[in-house]
Each structure stands twice: as structure tokens, then as C-alpha cells.
Design a protein around this ligand. Sequence first.
Ligand code: ATP
Length: 340
Amino acid sequence: MHITVNNLNKSFGSFQASKNISFEIEKGKLIGLLGPSGGGKTTILRMLAGLEEPDTGDIIFHGAKVNHLPPQERGIGFVFQNYALFKHMSVFDNIAFGLTVKKKTKQEIKTRVTELIELTGLKSLESRLPHQLSGGQRQRVAFARALAPEPQLLLLDEPFAAIDAKVRKELRTWLKEMIDRVGITTIFVTHDQEEAVEVADEIMIINQGALEQKGTPIEIYKNPQTPFVAGFVGESTHLDHINELKGFGASFADAKAIVRPEFVEVGSESEISFLSAAEKGTVRNVFFRGTNWQVDVEVKGHRLFAYRSMEQAILHPGDVVYVLIHRIYLFNNEQTLTVE
Ligand code: ATP
């Protein structure tokens, strides 16, 4: 389903939960709504679902305005974080629920539920009750139930939040593969940037009720449009002023800057790729991260961090090193610049 949203506003009393939200989603895309808790992600999802009415703005599915359509007429499947399965119904009956409501024949229900049980890898669990399943299995039942009536749009509100870290990682890979196979337009809410970056075709960053940026994970990571986006996706350090660093003159005195560790080189004279552009710094801390080292350095009063590979010599606090910043993001009077 192709979705267009124009200038959505929603307030609860005097609190503005959605501020002039506009976006477009192409059919078949998997979209992550990412942002801090309370930022307004769920409110957007609920307006799309028809569970909340926008104060102003339009929601358009396939070119037709759906603002006044009730949820059951919008062709939507919904999965919440707390599974919300029917406790006294078997896996089979839970998945069949939406089809029973639609008054499908017994044979149609059996065919469709069997298909979904296969798709979601729940074979042999058909007759179990929800309490006889693991968290991950329950969530797969919830997906199967949402997909059963063949919705055009799948809305997932923190679908993995209640699941432990390892199963959660498996489930999200599974979800991505399943959604690619089904080809259904899907929007999922998460506050976990790793989850959004790994799973989504495109991410929408929601903060304080506003859409800060929409783009592919790599676009958002490489070209953040606001300091908030730069700080929320990926690792970063904020610097209040950078005019005393090499290559940045007085005209950068008021600029706010963000530096990512991936774009910082830290090492000895012979290791640095472009010595004349490097600053001298002092190592303050070194952490082993399992696959590489994180090195915290101080440069002209700024604290930055960088990574070093396992093959490189181990640095120690107090070592004097060279620091080369390859890329810096500048945010100045609404203007965003990337300096390389
Ligand atoms: P979370 O990750 O915590 O679910 P979220 O980004 O999904 O956060 P929303 O649930 O959309 O955020 O809530 C946005 C803001 O709107 C919050 O401050 C919330 O308290 C407020 N809010 C949401 N629904 C209502 C309501 N029915 N009445 C009053 N305030 C509400």
C-alpha cells in the first residue's frame, strides 16, 4: 500500500504529540519509526490505524483519504509489544481469529492458517495455548494473526520490546525476511537504533512530536540533518566550538560540531595517514570492545574517541598520539555542513 501523510497535527489537551508530520511511503517498504520514549511514535501509528483521529491533516492510502474510515476498514494488521494473544485460544484459533470475524468458510480458514503456520515456522505448535509458548513464539503467532486477513499495511509497535536480547536479534532477522517474502508495506516503532538500522529500508526519526529526518539507514547515518539525528543514530561526540582545531578558523566559532569515532584516526606518527592535518592529543582511556579498541583522547581540551583494530599496537592512558579527524558535522543557524 502506498501511503501519503500530509501535515498531521495531534494534541492531547495542551500537549502537542504530533507536529505537522508529512511523509510518503512506497508500497512494500519496511519503515522504522525511531526516536526516544515519549517522542510521538505510537501516536503516529495509532493515527494511521484509525485508533486516534488527527486534529488536522490527511492520511491517504492508495490515493484515497482514509481519515474517517474506522480501523477495521483500513486494511491494516497490528502487532503490539505485549503480544495480546487470546489466552484461552490455541495457536491455530488465534491465527484464525480475523478470518472467523470475516466469516470465511472452514476450508478457507484452514488453508490460510496452515499457510501462515508454515510461513512463520510454527508447525507442530498449532494446538498449544499462548502460555505454553516462548516469548519469541508468541510474537510469531501475533504476526501470523495480523497477516491472516491479508492486510495491505502492517503496523508493529515495539514488537520485540518484551523479548530477551538474543531471541530479539533472531526475530528481527526473521521478520525482515518474512516481510520481504510477503511484500507487505510495514511500519514498526522502535527506540532501539540498532534494530532500526538493521531491519528498516528507511528510517523516520521522531523527536518531540516532529519528524526530524526520513531516509535510508546509511543516508541518516552519513548525512544527519539535525544535531539530534546525528546524536541519536550512531556513536558520536558533541563539540561546542572547533575554531581552534586545524582547518577550522574563526568563522566556525559558534558552530556546534559532531564527530563520529569511525571518522577519527588515533595513532603514532607512522600510523597517521596525513600527518600535517593531524593534531597532537593525549590518550585518556582505552576500552576493549570485543572486536576492537575504543580509545578516548583529549585534543586541545576536547574529548573525542576513536577505534583501533586488534592488529594495532595497544595504546595506554597518558600516551601522546596524533589525532586526525576525517569528517565533522557542523550545525550552524539551521545549516548543516559536512567537512571532510
Ligand atoms: P514510547 O516509546 O514511550 O511509547 P512514543 O514515541 O511512542 O513513546 P507516544 O506514545 O506517541 O510516544 O506519546 C507521545 C506523547 O503523547 C507522550 O508524552 C504521551 O504521554 C502523550 N500521549 C499519548 N497518548 C495520550 C493520550 N491519550 N492522552 C494524553 N497524552 C497522551
